[in-house]
Design a protein around this ligand. Structure first.
Ligand code: ATP
Ligand code: MG
Length: 609
């Protein structure tokens, strides 16, 4: 029995990069707490619940939870649910499940209560509101009644300073009153906003009096009708981190020039605060650190594009096995371990680049090679009749041969597989007129059936259309188990050049098998035409029905690992790695191919670069 459980530490745990250098220095200097106390490392993963998580998010999850694991700190799961109209409960559930599936836990996480310990930005709406009022009182925020077009037009550009709003210097009392009216729903959407009063001439556009609150008279999935204003991302994000005591607030590079604004907000709140101050104590000031986002080839990671694929029916759902979502990858058969390994392998840097998706495929191949039990399955069956089977005994007898469960794992043992007079082999493993380099079966040729017997093709049976429908073969009873026969009287040894997989007709099950190719044909989908849909691969899904599988796949054998997610995964000899799809019913199994055994794409590219 092999163990595929998730017990081992994240493969990234021992990796070093510029962020671990920063944290090491912080731990050594006692920046966030006493030297020697590593529990001062607090990170977070802050998804917006407006889509399913994808492989890019996995990078961020592995990094944030991985750092907490490494330093004995904690990582918070917090939903950035500040936009009431685009967010749905379904996304909250799927995101929690995906993070758990990857093998991570936040403080208070429980298996029997999905949302236990999870934080929501909406829980902080009151606190954020109070801080906004404080900034108005300090003369650092004002209600602006310009339209959004006017605000945009007055912002200026990189070479022209912005024009101050006519409302910028209105009395504090007026802004306070209007802001409370906005909060209470007394003004229509778009009629006014609350803006920070910073610097309309700042070379950093983010500092030109950014909007803090907008009016949205809409129900929120958690706070209901309590609020009629919702905080802008830039105002909310740093405050959420502050409230949770996040020490290292890790985000992607595009937020680098938002950092001065996050710092300004916290400093503005802290101005005048301290022991004995009427404003209160100073609030926590997290450190933001930016890294390059994961950008794998042949996929899209934009939520908008992924949503389009789902809503317009290019795929069957968010968890379609061709999707780069975590639920799609899971359904495809990817293991959490392989995704964690990929996230670690791609490193943590400050440079945006493209990551070869082949690395992800290699990661799952490497993992499954070690732990997936081997089975035999024939995708496109061709009937083989052993004409001399009766020479060894009864014509309809079944012999059970011992087949190795996993050559990589001696502990996985062997299983009994039926061999009989009628077998199926892969149609592709036979050619009537084989070219030079085709070593498999052809008229007059002999091959080894894996762990079974050697067979020779004597005759080809065709239907009226001239298609091959059956092969009449003879077997050599001296080759049981696939062993070489003894030398002949002159000492000559017979050799075969191919070993084929097979299934016995008397003991097999039928199944549907879904084969996937990349969803896009272009390395950067949409780059040429500006529309990712133009690069979709029309042949990304091939459904094979009537496939013949060895009987053991229909039942759960003792050698099957205890997969952490309960998904049954196998190597089908010579065909790749496969898993059972949730569309399966007791009488009708459906398998998905996770990945082929070899990387046929990079070979293809080497030939036709
Ligand atoms: P958007 O904000 O445009 O809806 P998003 O991909 O940023 O999309 P979020 O839900 O905000 O979605 O992402 C949650 C976290 O995941 C963020 O901290 C973000 O930095 C991180 N993240 C998202 N995409 C990637 C990526 N490709 N590589 C690394 N981290 C990512
Ligand atoms: Mg985002």
């Amino acid at each position: 029995m092999s163990d595929a459980g998730p017990a081992r530490v994240s493969p990234g745990a021992e990796l070093r990069h510029f962020i671990t250098d920063i944290i090491d220095a912080d731990v050594a200097s006692g920046k966030w707490g006493p030297v020697g106390d590593s529990s001062v490392v607090r990170t977070r993963f802050p998804p917006e619940p407006n889509g399913y998580l994808h492989i890019g998010h996995a990078k961020s999850i592995c990094l944030n939870f991985g750092l907490a694991e490494r330093y004995g700190g904690v990582c918070v799961l917090r939903f950035d649910d500040t936009n009431p109209v685009k967010e749905e409960e379904e996304f909250v559930r799927s995101i929690i499940e995906d993070v758990r599936w990857l093998g991570f836990a936040w403080p208070g996480a429980r298996d029997d209560d999905l949302k236990a310990g999870v934080r929501f930005a909406s829980d902080y709406f009151q606190q954020m509101h109070d801080w906004a009022v404080e900034l108005i009182r300090k003369g650092k925020a004002y209600v602006d009644e310009q339209t959004s077009e006017q605000i945009r037009a007055a912002r200026g550009d990189l070479t022209t300073p912005g024009t101050p709003s006519p409302f910028r210097d209105r009395p504090v009392e007026e802004s306070l009153r209007l802001f409370e009216e906005m909060v209470q729903g007394r003004h229509p959407d778009g009629s006014m906003v609350l803006r920070a009063r910073i610097d309309m001439a700042s070379p950093n556009m983010n500092l030109r009096d950014p909007v803090m609150y907008r009016i949205v008279n809409a129900r929120h999935h958690r706070t209901g009708d309590a609020w009629h204003v919702y905080p802008m991302y830039d105002w909310a994000h740093g405050l959420e981190d502050s409230i949770e005591g996040i020490t290292h607030s890790i985000c992607t590079l595009e937020f680098e020039n938002h950092r001065p604004l996050y710092d300004w907000f916290i400093d503005a709140i802290n101005e005048g605060r301290g022991p004995g101050s009427a404003w209160g104590e100073k609030i926590h000031h997290p450190q933001q650190i930016e890294f390059a986002r994961l950008n794998p080839s042949y996929i899209v990671t934009s939520k908008r594009k992924l949503r389009q694929l789902v809503e317009e029916g290019y795929v069957r759902g968010w968890d379609d096995p061709r999707m780069p979502t975590l639920s799609g990858l899971r359904r495809r058969g990817y293991t959490p371990e392989s995704i964690r390994a990929f996230a670690a392998e791609t490193g943590v840097t400050k440079f945006n680049g493209v990551h070869d998706i082949g690395w992800l495929e290699r990661a799952v191949r490497d993992h499954l090679n070690k732990v997936a039990p081997r089975r035999m399955a024939v995708l496109n069956p061709l009937k083989v009749t052993i004409t001399n089977w009766a020479d060894g005994g009864e014509a309809d007898r079944i012999e059970y041969v011992d087949v190795i469960n996993n050559p990589e794992d001696p502990g996985a043992g062997t299983r009994k597989v039926a061999f009989g007079r009628t077998l199926y082999i892969e149609r592709d493993d036979f050619m009537e007129d084989p070219p030079k380099k085709f070593f498999r079966l052809g008229p007059g040729r002999e091959v080894r059936l894996r762990c079974g017997y050697w067979i020779r093709c004597d005759q080809v049976v065709k239907n009226e259309a001239g298609e091959v429908v059956e092969l009449l073969c003879t077997y050599d009873p001296q080759t049981r188990g696939g062993e070489s026969p003894p030398p002949d009287a002159d000492g000559n040894v017979r050799k075969v050049k191919a070993t084929l997989h097979w299934v016995a007709a008397a003991e097999c099950i039928e199944a549907e098998i879904r084969l996937f190719d990349r969803l896009y044909l272009a390395e950067r989908p949409g780059r040429e035409s500006d529309n990712h849909l133009d690069d979709l691969n029309p042949e990304s899904l091939r459904v094979m029905t009537g496939c013949k599988l060895e009987k053991a796949l229909g039942e759960r054998l003792g050698d099957e690992p205890a997969w952490s997610d309960g998904i049954r995964r196998f190597q089908f000899e010579r065909l790749g790695y496969f898993c059972v799809d949730p569309d399966s019913t007791p009488g009708r199994l459906v398998f998905n191919r996770t990945v082929t055994l070899k990387d046929s794409w990079s070979k293809e590219r080497a030939r036709n670069p």
